[in-house]
Design a protein around this ligand. Sequence first.
Ligand SMILES: Nc1ncnc2c1ncn2[C@@H]1O[C@H](COP(=O)(O)OP(=O)(O)OP(=O)(O)O)[C@@H](O)[C@H]1O
Ligand SMILES: CC(=O)C(=O)O
Length: 660
Amino acid sequence: MSVYKEYSLLMYIFCNNTHHDDGQFDRNEVVLYVFCRVLGSPTLYLSHDLTSVQHNSTFFIFFSTLLSFVPSAYCIFLSLSLSAKMSQVVATRSFHSSLTRPTSGSAHHRLLTSLKPPTFASKVCPQQRNAPSKVRYPSCRVNARKSAPAEVVPVSPEDDSKIEEELQQLRGMQLLGDTAVGMWSKPTFRRKTKIVCTIGPSTNTREMIWKLAEAGMNVARMNMSHGDHASHQKVIDLVKEYNAQSKDNAIAIMLDTKGPEVRSGDLPQPIVLTPGQEFTFTIRRGVGTADCVSVNYDDFVNDVEVGDMLLVDGGMMSLVVKSKTGDSVKCEVVDGGELKSRRHLNVRGKSATLPSITEKDWDDIKFGVDNKVDFYAVSFVKDAQVVHELKNYLKSCDADIHVIVKIESADSIPNLHSIITASDGAMVARGDLGAELPIEEVPLLQEEIISICRSMGKAVIVATNMLESMIVHPTPTRAEVSDIAIAVREGSDAIMLSGETAHGKFPLKAVKVMHTVALRTEATITDGRLPPNIGNVFKNHMSEMFAYHATMMSNTLGTSTVVFTRSGFMAILLSHYRPSGTIFAFTDQKRTQQRLALYQGVCPIYMEFSKDAEETFTRALDLLQKLGMVKAGEEVALVQSGKQPIWRFQSTHNIQVRTV
Ligand SMILES: Nc1ncnc2c1ncn2[C@@H]1O[C@H](COP(=O)(O)OP(=O)(O)OP(=O)(O)O)[C@@H](O)[C@H]1O
Ligand SMILES: CC(=O)C(=O)O
């Protein structure tokens, strides 16, 4: 069914309109192209110089756009003598006139393929020309050129002197202004992909939380499989204390539920398993001998069958089931190793028949509500029902906590779309995923989950083993570095450190390596890549259109984006379009600032809003300049859109290009 929208569009452009003989397009033409292309509405074109209107390429775009989409549209050319420094586009939606909104993919395609010169189309939305209908294989365009020297920090974590040099240089910025410069003076300020750090015995002190934040941590994760409420409370309090002190940086808090995981019991000391050896798992409590250990799940004996392959510790060891009794499962060791306390047990190809949210999880979830955490990472989600159940519970508590589903169970795979649709984002939990499913499926599923999340406008985190060797070694393997680069190129919002920061020997170095590799990789991605069907999710929402066009403008003009948000909605929406410049998200809500820390490309900044829009804009741009985030004379795309209007009518959305 075609979508009919009723609105009228008034487009006006005030700008220093320059004429280009070289066939290149200027800012006005970009703006015109962008808006005519999709809105297809009566258009008023104001220009101080009609020759620019007569320019062949402009005519081409103008008429091909209007005629191909909107036969009834009309355009008016006016010649004005304007040289204002600001170009402004205002689209006003009302319900007085009726026009068809051209949103069909084929129309888009027609327009894009008819556009000349091609450089323009490739500048504005190159990803659509090549977009496959289903992303199965890496589709990103990577330019092998070197990144700007200022953005390259040393790759080797050993090279602390160079890192320190960079930190010193950035710290110098603190002298620039009188506001706290926490985030912006750290080497995190241009990295778009966010870093999640699991906090554990290596990092649960005040000193380490501060150092992790300075090194680039954006989200602190607490794994409820370990520790108790008292130890997690201490971490939450420390992160909140850091956030309160650091006016311009915020660390989000993520509570990761234990879920229905099956683990072996406590052992007085590690047991060495050798291939061919007989070994027994029992549901009897408190057993921990050289050839038998307890399992924490009473139905374990019923769930496994003779011939099943058991994976211990994410596949570090494996055993085949040989026989069963009423309370025990006898196995033969296939791949041996050292069995320590409380290790994960997975049955290849099977998920445990436990509910996704256990009693312990509900207790932990309540703990999260009381402590106003930002995200739940829900383990072993198998279907969307459990997400609805949790969301309903959170609504009943009036708790504003976002739900990230962990994709790690074999049963979740057939339900990926419905699970992700119900959630606020997903985590590719590769540890258990690679144990429940054949390991070679993991990279393919990672790519697919990222692609689904991107097309649905949901956050996505890639987790587990990213720098595993750095738990004990100060340098990463080359394969680990490549793994980070792949997750960044695939477009994940965040990448996660687990044991590396929880109990590793080099937690800070691990964060620095992750930061450096992500930053270096991002510098090779030349333009924002839109997932092919992202528009389908929000197609009825005007904000989506403005996020899309703001992204195209920002990519074409090479600007960063400035947005003002209370709920975070518009900043998150913009993030999903992955503009190539930074999204500076100003908010007057601390919770929103904290939550936005997870989203790719978003620099969340807390600032009181004034009643006057213009005054707030000026203060925001001044602050960015003071912090060294933008320079005088630089242009930024300032977006006013979203669900909750601030300083505008519900029906009026804006993109302005402003010169700082
Ligand atoms: N709060 C904590 N207290 C004590 N140890 C912890 C804590 N958090 C993590 N760890 C240690 O760090 C290791 C790695 O953390 P991670 O979050 O990856 O847990 P995991 O048990 O390996 O896997 P999963 O993420 O699937 O629960 C854990 O196995 C545990 O030994
Ligand atoms: C993160 C996690 O739970 C996993 O990889 O299994």
